[in-house]
Design a protein around this ligand. Structure first.
Ligand code: 1GP
Length: 270
């Protein structure tokens, strides 16, 4: 949901003095209503943004239905909060942001999109090709583009393979610094360090610290983070945002999901 007082980009890039949490929802993994229930539980537990995306072959309609369901649930929660003197309706005005695998899987119901260049891809498609196909659609529907450099780090998982990424190794600190400087020089506002969904190793703190040394970038880190301890390692190294996806899909039920996200968000200070 959009807030009245700030743009999505300023919501994402504003320094809050602590690391915030993003819940990634893959529309392929549950019905739109279950996705909406999960998003609301995640926000109640301390998550500050919802990403919608993940699987590479999800049709537009599924992504759209998921965005619509999440937005409707957030609106209901915001309205309910507005009727109660003890609640803050702005708490529920959390951006729903597309995290796309390509120029498919877009929806006009999203507030924004991580408009990404997979900087370490060897395939033109992921450097600029998919973006050229998607840009007219995004402009037509008024979905905000969040200019994002996307770097796939070892082990990289499916996105590393599909995106033909030259994986960044855990000790490639000079390389990641060169990429982060490049991202800043291109005018990207966000840099996303990705280990791959379900990775057995998260992005190394050395890489996060090295990327952090470039000024002016909001740093998002994801892939393989399942515990509060892992989240703290990424936060202490300088991540502005931590993304978890698999953790939501693996939760036994909504109560378990709430516990999992609460434990991460409380260690981050949310
Ligand atoms: C994937 O970084 C995200 O793009 C989240 O990864 O599914 O391992 O949490 P996980």
């Amino acid at each position: 949901m959009r807030r009245d007082d700030e743009t999505i980009l300023s919501y994402v890039t504003k320094k809050r003095g602590h690391t915030r949490h993003i819940t990634l929802i893959d529309p392929d993994k549950q019905s739109p209503q279950v996705a909406a229930d999960r998003a609301c539980v995640a926000i109640e537990a301390g998550s500050s943004m919802i990403f919608v995306g993940g699987s590479t072959d999800t049709p537009d309609e599924e992504v759209h239905a998921t965005c619509v369901a999440i937005q409707e649930s957030l609106e209901l929660r915001a309205f309910a909060a507005s009727q109660s003197p003890d609640s803050d309706e702005d708490y529920w005005k959390v951006p729903v942001v597309l995290f796309p695998g390509g120029s498919h899987a877009l929806s006009p119901a999203a507030d924004a999109i991580t408009f990404m260049m997979l900087m370490n891809s060897t395939d033109r498609r992921f450097l600029v090709g998919e973006q050229v196909r998607g840009a007219p659609y995004l402009a037509k529907f008024g979905v905000d583009a969040l200019p994002t450099g996307y770097l796939v780090c070892h082990p990289g998982g499916k996105v590393g393979e599909v995106g033909s990424a030259e994986l960044i190794m855990p000790n490639d600190t000079e390389l990641v610094q060169a990429y982060s400087l490049t991202a800043a020089m291109y005018g990207f506002k966000l840099l996303y360090l990705e280990a791959g969904s379900g990775a057995d190793r998260q992005v190394s703190p050395e890489l996060i610290r090295s990327a952090r040394s470039t000024e002016g970038l909001t740093l998002i880190v994801g892939g393989g983070i399942r515990t509060a301890e892992q989240a703290k390692i990424a936060a202490d190294a300088g991540a502005d945002w931590i993304v978890t996806g698999t953790l939501t899909e693996d939760a036994a039920d909504l109560a378990d999901l709430s516990d999992r996200i609460s434990s991460i968000c409380s260690v981050l200070g949310n």
